[in-house]
Write a protein that binds this ligand. Structure first.
Ligand code: DHB
Ligand code: MG
Length: 223
């Protein structure tokens, strides 16, 4: 297998710097129990989110796309005592599974799950003049990625870090004639990012324990 070396190196890194405790493994495995395809970030990506949180001293974090709560657990573990994570998912059944996984990790005091569409909830946050978030992780459904990102900008301040998962999609983003709505959604985001003057941004591709994909790492510029 041509991918084997990437997977072995991922596992090397995970063993050194991103080991998962039982609560994280339970959360990751919980999606198999309910027959949902595995969409969790990798342990390395979880540690990457934590590392970014330390860089910006993140106390207030927003996540779009809770799924089974695996990434929320990584994030909440890196929050200070008075920090909190708001995580939004549209799927009620998955959110209740996420809540169980979060309870199992002993992190329910730090994580607030909201069930609904981020396209409804984020405009409410903006209208209510919610305090800006220190970090925002976008990992929800891909077609509205650009819209999510624009709302995220409105909930940010200079220095806010915004991270978006799945911006490479096995290289399918290179295909300008694709009809895949997932890929098209990501392409719209990526194009928007390339023109956005308010941020400094890059994309990092990854391959290994997960399929070839990548994350966009964005910092909101000083005004
Ligand atoms: C898939 C992977 C993801 O990380 C995600 O957020 C959604 C879908 C996938 O592999 O299909
Ligand atoms: Mg993802």
């Amino acid at each position: 297998m041509e991918n084997q070396i990437f997977e072995e190196v991922d596992n090397y890194i995970i063993n050194l710097l991103a080991t998962e405790d039982k609560a994280l493994l339970d959360a990751k495995n919980s999606s198999d129990l309910v027959g949902i395809p595995q969409q969790c970030i990798s342990a390395i990506q979880g540690k990457f989110l934590q590392t970014m949180m330390m860089a910006c001293n993140a106390k207030r974090v927003l996540e779009l796309g809770t799924f089974v709560g695996y990434s929320a657990i990584w994030i909440a573990k890196a929050l200070p005592e008075d920090g909190n994570l708001i995580s939004i998912d549209i799927d009620e059944k998955i959110s209740s599974l996420a809540q169980k996984n979060i309870d199992n990790a002993g992190l329910s005091a730090k994580i607030e799950l909201k069930v609904g569409s981020a396209l409804d909830i984020l405009p409410q946050f903006i209208a209510n003049k919610e305090e800006a978030f220190d970090m925002i992780f976008i990992d929800a459904n891909k077609p509205p990625y650009k819209e999510y990102f624009k709302y995220a900008l409105q909930l940010s301040r200079p220095g806010t870090i915004i991270i978006l998962d799945n911006v490479i999609r096995k290289g399918k983003v290179l295909d300008e004639t694709t009809t895949d709505e997932v890929v098209k959604g990501v392409q719209r985001l990526n194009q928007f990012l390339s023109r956005c003057k308010e941020v400094t941004a890059v994309m990092l591709q990854s391959a290994g324990v997960k399929d070839h994909d990548g994350m966009a790492v964005v910092v909101v510029n000083r005004s």
